[in-house]
Design a protein around this ligand. Structure first.
Ligand code: XIL
Length: 346
């Protein structure tokens, strides 16, 4: 018994302290070894003005997701007045560099323009508003290969989120959104995207049940995005494996979207950063192994929510010190980058 305990302690220590390289090669890029996309959330300003940033995006990733530029507040700031300049510059950049673009997102409860939030009208008027936004955006940005059509429509307990869409249209807005997007571009792959799907099994069950129902009705839903804003402790390997198993059963394409791995989820002082960065590397390694276990036909992309720790939304949004991404604030590869690289077979 004592031997087992000792092995357990040693195993745990080794797991935490296993040293990960941060001096690996960065060539060829991450996407080179696999048949699914390796994506990253980007900003046009950084791509245009920050050489270190742009070089990493060009070398390492074969897909980009505009982090904010495709959100409704940016694309339709005034009712009926669309603003596509920045979005089209991003598409031109991507076309020039041979990168695929994943569009994020058409229907969400955040980052809406004020006029949309305050819109007054009956159910039909709300449906017309949603349809006009989706149809115009999807048609105008026709080279976008895939879209997050509906983002974060469920609560952690599996109930519908009472967003403006739900309140004014009812739960059918989800189905309608997919229909409108499909009508506007029948070639695009259409995703439902949400967070906490691995840590809240009730939420995942509700999402999968809903998507299954839509697919059975013939609605063009092609994939599920598991936003992976996770941390070095949670949700853990077992929970992730279980969630992925459920997603595989749905037959949908699976997107590991919005990956960032917090090393300081509860805030406060960050002791032993090196250990935490190793734990982060171990987490990304596990994540990748799980992704590689998905049948190839269901693999879509693993995408990271930002290029380097200097660009992550986490520190500003949550007001804490954190280092959640693959490259450090000086755009140098971190242990997480090297772990990902070797897990991908490079
Ligand atoms: C975040 C962006 O990263 C921030 O720059 C912005 O201020 C707020 O939104 N879930 C999502 C993303 O689907 O769109 C969010 O992105 C992060 C949480």
């Amino acid at each position: 018994m004592r031997g087992v305990f000792l092995l357990f302690v040693l195993g745990t220590l080794y797991g935490c302290n296993k040293p990960y390289d941060s001096d690996c090669s960065t060539n060829p890029g991450l996407f080179d070894a696999v048949n699914f996309n390796i994506g990253v959330a980007v900003s046009l300003t950084e791509l245009e003005n920050n050489t270190g940033y742009a070089t990493i995006v060009k070398q390492q990733f074969n897909q980009i997701t505009p982090e904010n530029a495709f959100k409704p507040e940016r694309l339709q700031p005034q009712e009926g007045t669309f603003s596509f300049e920045e979005a089209k510059q991003l598409l031109a950049w991507a076309a020039n560099e041979g990168k695929e673009v994943h569009g994020h997102c058409l229907v969400w409860h955040n980052q809406l323009p004020a006029w949309m939030q305050n819109f007054e009208g009956d159910r039909q008027a709300w449906i017309a508003l949603m349809k006009n936004h989706i149809s115009t955006v999807v048609a105008e940005l026709g080279s976008v290969k895939s879209w997050d059509v509906v983002n974060e429509a469920f609560e952690d307990d599996g109930s519908f989120r009472e967003s403006i869409w739900y309140r004014h249209i009812g739960p059918e807005y989800i189905e309608m959104a997919f229909e409108f997007a499909h009508e506007a571009n029948s070639d695009a792959l259409l995703f439902y995207n949400d967070y906490n799907l691995a840590s809240k099994p009730k939420k995942l069950d509700a999402v999968l049940a809903h998507l299954r129902q839509l697919v059975n009705k013939g609605v063009a839903v092609h994939g599920i995005g598991l936003q992976l804003h996770i941390n070095i402790k949670s949700p853990g390997k077992g929970a992730l494996e279980k969630a992925v198993e459920g997603c595989i059963g749905s037959g949908l394409r699976i997107h590991f979207s919005e990956i960032d791995i917090s090393v300081n989820p509860s805030g406060g002082a960050l002791g032993h950063l090196e250990n935490k960065l190793n734990k982060q590397a171990q987490t990304v390694e596990q994540l990748t192994q799980i992704y590689l276990s998905i049948p190839p036909a269901q693999q879509f992309a693993m995408s990271f929510w930002g290029v380097s720790d200097a660009n992550s939304w986490i520190p500003a949004y949550y007001g804490r010190e954190d280092y959640p991404l693959l490259f450090d604030q000086n755009y140098r590869a971190k242990p997480a980058y090297c772990a990902l690289r070797s897990a991908l077979g490079q």
